[in-house]
Design a protein around this ligand. Structure first.
Ligand SMILES: CC(C)(COP(=O)(O)OP(=O)(O)OC[C@H]1O[C@@H](n2cnc3c(N)ncnc32)[C@H](O[C@H]2O[C@H](COP(=O)(O)OP(=O)(O)OP(=O)(O)O)[C@@H](O)[C@H]2O)[C@@H]1O)[C@@H](O)C(=O)NCCC(=O)NCCS
Ligand SMILES: Nc1ncnc2[nH]cnc12
Length: 289
């Protein structure tokens, strides 16, 4: 196997690990985990495993496309779009039409391509999330303008497009175009600090990162099902739990399990924050290469 193909397989493996580590983190308020299905009737822990497995090839292909790419970085996003669309088709086929990873196919696929585009210059020194996220910004700087601000919304709107028209919320597109600002400002520094301090278990550290992300994520999943008031309620409750010490406080796990029950009863799923947790994990694992 050529060096480039081996490297692309390594990135594929890291991306799939990030998907599996995210869904395995337990308990997570309102989300699918090893304990329950959160605020979802149409998917469970095994749906996410099935979806994660079929998506590996997408991240391999996106990485190789990035490595081979020689043009303007903005064009690289267009070059990988068909790969992402085929990933969505594979996901819907294996989940019987359920959207487990639509946002993450987009996010992790772009990260994989960005890593690929840096491969030649990074062959011998360290991989840094900072460099990768800057590359992502260069790849996607016109994304919000082209796909949301200037778009003629004549046709049926997607979930995210509807939210932009209604609330001016840019969702996953805004997060990607910012170079994963929420991840780089909150999620990744917290995870790196917890891993260095060796505090608690890996599972507990990931719960803590999710709580922190829930405070700061403009989650189109919550907005899509409810409204701005509910998003602010969830962010406020996550802030209280996190600032009391989160999973590491005296009644940490009980507080989170109460939060989970509350989300289920109110039909709240912070799927956007869950995606940002997976992105945080991927960037952390890439920095360990
Ligand atoms: C670019 C696209 C992905 C845009 O698609 P769309 O217009 O639909 O975009 P959004 O809805 O805005 O976002 C898509 C998903 O992204 C997640 N998300 C939302 N907000 C954020 C945020 N602030 N930060 C990060 N991620 C965010 C969210 O995904 C989660 O929710 C999904 C489950 O919810 P869903 O089933 O849709 O809704 P439910 O309420 O669960 O339905 P019911 O159960 O009630 O029936 C799950 O996926 C979570 O991950 C958003 O859903 C896309 O159009 C596109 O261009 N795709 C091509 C791929 C591509 O170009 N790839 C390139 C690289 S290979
Ligand atoms: N664990 C999870 N539960 C629900 N939606 C998600 N989207 C991504 N991860 C998820």
């Amino acid at each position: 196997m050529k060096d480039q193909e081996k490297f692309a397989r390594d990135i594929e493996s890291i991306a799939v690990r990030a998907l599996l580590y995210e869904v395995s983190t337990t308990p997570k308020p309102g989300l699918v985990d090893r304990k329950n299905n959160g605020a979802h009737r149409d998917m469970d822990f095994f749906t996410f495993i099935d979806s994660s497995i079929v998506l590996g090839q997408i991240f391999y292909d996106a990485t190789l496309t990035g490595i081979a790419y020689k043009g303007d970085l903005k064009e690289l996003l267009h070059a990988i779009r068909p790969i992402g669309r085929s990933g969505e088709e594979k996901m819907f086929a294996v989940t019987n039409g359920v959207n487990t990873h639509k946002g993450l196919i987009f996010s992790l696929g772009i990260i994989a391509a960005a890593i690929g585009s840096l491969y030649q210059e990074k062959k011998r020194d360290r991989w840094l999330a900072y460099d990768i996220c800057n590359q992502v910004k260069l790849m996607t700087k016109d994304l919000v303008d082209q796909e949301l601000k200037k778009k003629d919304f004549g046709k049926a709107l997607t979930y995210g497009e509807q939210l932009y028209v209604k609330h001016g919320i840019t969702g996953i597109r805004g997060e990607v175009a910012s170079g994963f600002q929420t991840v780089c400002t909150y999620g990744l520094p917290l995870l790196k600090g917890l891993m260095k301090s060796k505090k608690g278990t890996f599972n507990e550290r990931l719960i803590q990162v999710l709580l922190c992300l829930m405070v700061h994520t403009e989650d189109s999943n919550i907005l899509g099902r409810h409204d701005l008031d509910m998003l602010q309620k969830v962010q406020a409750r996550a802030k209280i739990v996190f600032e009391q010490g989160g999973v590491f406080s005296k009644n940490g796990l009980e507080n989170i399990e109460e939060f989970d029950k509350w989300c289920i009863n109110h039909w709240v799923s912070p799927g956007g924050a869950a995606d940002l947790l997976a992105i945080t994990i991927m960037l952390y694992l890439v920095e360990q290469i």
